[in-house]
Design a protein around this ligand. Structure first.
Ligand code: TYM
Length: 329
């Protein structure tokens, strides 16, 4: 059976971009693939962090994922399974500086002040490759922003195989959804929806209540033109395109079909329908998350069990990689 692996940083409450770009397909894929999903806390300390906040956000993220329907047996936090860091170190020594220098996400996150960022942020993609390959996973469901990291993981796997003269690590395939692979910021349609944007109005989060959703969609930026009847009419209308994509993705329709329904009208009627749809899809997740969070110990014990399974599966793979490298065992 082919294996799926994916991860999310517990750096904040998961938002609609995480949901439509990744989490929703994780829930579907676990039906047909042997799947592992990981709260990548080792990745979360590549940027400045507060320990108590990290602990709390890991619990909230776990609760959100469980509320979305993820299998509790296959969910765990990365730092509890040592194979990630062990293979990550080997990959630090396989990957090339030239490859890392091309990573656009590092450039975006580090900005102008490169010198003052952690070394961890720079080698982050090597650890991400290790996350996937420690499980010999072949399919990785992610949003569009992870495309370059998947390519790098394949380069690392290939170089390892070539240097050790083996066919050990498999080729990885990113599974990127056809729509909503890049959900944009509600206040600025040219920026990605992200956990780190200072404005809470810029994103719908999976713990939002009815009132939050209503207000955020009411305030979501639009333009003064009526909605077009066809997708071509959305070109250069970033905010309108984003809202239509969100609606289409949540209702499992194509953007074309959504525009057939709402094209020719202003945003009023459409925003009302979008608000209702978001409330229908997100509020039950928020309620279940809240219920789960009232039993923190239960979440912790589920994660521990998930970590045991993840260790059992990844340990022989990483031990073999260590043996191939020449470590005495
Ligand atoms: P992270 O935590 O930033 O995001 C988790 C998942 O959500 C997707 N995503 C989005 N999709 C659509 N629109 C958006 N605005 C949006 N924002 C985020 C991301 O593409 C991702 O799939 N490096 C990864 C975590 C990671 C990982 C891995 C993923 C670590 N190891 C191994 C896959 C396999 C990250 O920072 O995701």
């Amino acid at each position: 059976m082919q294996r799926v692996f994916s991860g999310i940083q517990p750096t904040g409450i998961p938002h609609l971009g995480n949901y439509l770009g990744a989490i929703r397909s994780w829930v579907t894929l676990q039906e047909t693939y042997d799947s592992f999903y990981c709260l990548v806390d080792l990745h979360s300390i590549t940027m400045p962090w507060e320990p108590e906040k990290l602990r709390q956000q890991t619990l909230v993220t776990a609760a959100c994922l469980l509320a979305c329907g993820l299998n509790p047996d296959r969910l765990y936090n990365q730092s509890a399974v040592s194979t990630h860091a062990r293979l990550g170190w080997i990959f630090n020594c396989v990957s090339r500086l030239g490859w890392l220098n091309r990573m656009t996400q590092f450039k975006d996150k580090a900005g102008k002040n490169r010198e003052n960022h952690s070394a961890g942020l720079y080698v982050y993609p090597n650890l991400m490759a290790a996350d996937i390959l420690a499980f010999h996973a072949t399919h990785v469901p992610v949003g569009d922003d992870q495309r370059q990291h998947i390519e790098l993981a394949n380069d690392i796997a290939q170089k390892f195989n070539h240097d050790m003269g083996v066919e050990f690590f498999p080729q990885i395939q990113g599974l990127i959804p056809p729509h909503a692979a890049r959900v944009m910021n509600l206040r600025d349609g040219q920026k990605k929806m992200s956990k780190s944007d200072p404005s809470e109005q810029s994103r719908i989060i999976l713990t939002d209540k009815e009132d939050d959703i209503t207000l955020k969609i009411k305030r979501a930026k639009t333009d003064s033109e009526p909605l077009p009847g066809e997708v071509e009419g959305l070109k250069d209308r970033h905010e309108a395109r984003n809202l239509i994509t969100i609606y289409a993705s949540l209702s499992d329709k194509t953007p074309e079909a959504v525009l057939q329904e709402f094209g020719g009208n202003g945003f009023g009627q459409f925003k009302k329908a979008l608000t209702d749809l978001l409330i229908e899809k997100i509020v039950p997740i928020a309620q279940e998350t809240e219920r789960l969070l009232s039993h923190e110990d239960h979440i912790i014990s589920l994660l521990r069990k998930g970590a045991e399974t993840a260790s059992t599966v990844s340990e022989p793979i990483v031990s073999e990689a260590e043996r191939l490298v020449g470590f005495l065992r």
